[in-house]
Structure formats: C-alpha cells, structure tokens
Write a protein that binds this ligand. Structure first.
Ligand code: GLY
Length: 253
C-alpha cells in the first residue's frame, strides 16, 4: 500500500508565495474542505495517509512536495528557494525518517521538490526561480552512486517543472508543449494539454488512476481518451496559491 504524507492547510495560507499569478482572495474554510477531499481521494485510491498538523506560521506548508523527493533508496530533503518556505523541511524530514535514509541539500543550493521529475534512473530538475545549478551538482554527486543521472531543464514561464510536465503512466507524460520540449524526455510518449488550458499538465497518478482538477475539461477529455481513469476534484483555492495536485502530497511506494 502506498504511503502518502500530506499536511493540513495553514491558517495563513492566503499569505502564500506567488510568482506567476495575481493574488486573489482565498477562502480558508473552502481550501481546507478541498484539501480534505484530496486526502479522501488518496485514501480511496489505496494510500495510507499520514496527515501532518497544520503549520500556521508557514503559509505554503500544505505543499509538502516541495520539501522532499522520494527515491526507492533514499529521501532527499530539499532546501526550498523561497526563504519563507525553508523551515517547512524540518517536520517533513521527521515524517520521512522512519521510511528512508535521508540526504540533505545544502547551501548554496536551493531546490523545490516541484522542480523534480523522476523518470526511472533519470532525474529531471527545473532550473527555475526556486532551483539553482548548485542543486543539480549536489544531486548528481549524492545520487550518482545509486545510478541516477540528473538533468537540468530551463523553466521560466511557470513556477515549477511539474507545472509543465508530469507522469501519466509507465510510458506517457502529460505536458504543455508551449512550455516544455517533449523531446527532452527521450523514449516517453506524451499527451498534450489543450492550448486553452496551459496550467493543466499537473496530474497525480496513484495505482493507475489520476487525481485531477475539475477546471481543465478539454485536457481531461484528452487524458480519458488516452485511457487513464480520473478522480476529479475542485481545487480552486489551492490553485489560487499557485499549487497543483502533486504539490499536496509526498508518495512512498
Ligand atoms: N505558493 C506556492 C509557492 O510559491 O511555492
């Protein structure tokens, strides 16, 4: 059974970091209700969910994906690029310690987990406003011994690499071709988001079923035509914080 780590929404969620979108009022009660539905979806898809308590002084801390990434051999504890987010890693490391050996990204490197796409032994890392070249060097030094190859990918029009590309199934990616070049990922086929839905490339697939926002109906139809079953969720308040479905959990297989 996969283990999912999630964290409840901070009371100060509305003070989140924003980079590429305008601030809009966030309804905290609605955000919490949407997050509860997300946790329920993880459970219904077979995950055992460990839900960490809210960290009210860390507005973005619901986005646990940015604090770590998980490999079969180790968990990498990141060093998030936004100063307001750096303390988020402490409790995530504590939650992961029983499950993996931990390795830590160190200064001067910065990296958000949302910039990390692991495809077998290739780790693609977005060089974004949050993640720098020193992180790529550290990851290659730390993970090369486990047989991984780390590749930097330029990210500029969007927050994180996984805003533009995520894994749909064993051989297929979901991606926005206006933001990312599919040929970077070699052997993988891809499903493209609808041009009118640029933010639609983020999906979280658990045991073959995708957790996906209700807000991208044209891309949803493309994913379903590809043959992937979906559980769709209203995540409007999470999206106002520049978050997406992968951002709200860390999955350990
Ligand atoms: N609000 C999500 C982030 O900027 O990290």
């Amino acid at each position: 059974m996969p283990l999912a780590i999630a964290r409840q929404v901070s009371a100060r969620f509305a003070e989140c970091e924003l980079t590429h979108i305008q601030r809009e009022p966030i309804d905290i009660a609605k955000a919490r209700a949407q997050h509860a539905e997300y946790v329920r979806a993880l459970q219904e898809l077979g995950c055992h969910v460990v839900e960490l308590p809210a960290e009210d002084d860390l507005p973005d801390s619901v986005f646990v994906e940015d604090a770590a990434f998980i490999l079969p051999e180790v968990a990498v504890i990141t060093r998030p690029g936004a100063d307001s987010r750096k303390p988020e890693t402490v409790s995530v490391a504590d939650a992961l310690r029983p499950h993996r050996d931990l390795i830590f990204v160190r200064e001067p490197a910065t990296i958000d987990g949302g910039d990390v796409l692991v495809l077998e032994r290739d780790i693609y890392v977005g060089l974004s406003s949050r993640t720098n070249a020193a992180a790529i060097q550290q990851l290659q030094a730390m993970l090369g011994r486990h047989g991984y190859c780390v590749h930097g990918v330029e990210v500029d029009k969007f927050l994180h690499l996984k805003s533009a590309v995520t894994r749909l199934d064993e051989g297929t990616l979901l991606l926005n071709p206006a933001w990312i070049d599919a040929s970077l990922f070699g052997k993988f086929e891809h499903v493209e988001v609808a041009p009118s839905e640029p933010m639609a490339a983020n999906i979280l697939v658990i045991n073959g079923t995708g957790i996906y926002p209700t807000s991208f109906p044209e891309t949803q139809a493309r994913i379903e035509a590809h043959g992937t079953q979906l559980v769709t969720l209203d995540v409007s308040e999470i999206a106002k914080a520049e978050g997406a479905v992968t951002c709200c959990s860390l999955i350990l297989q």
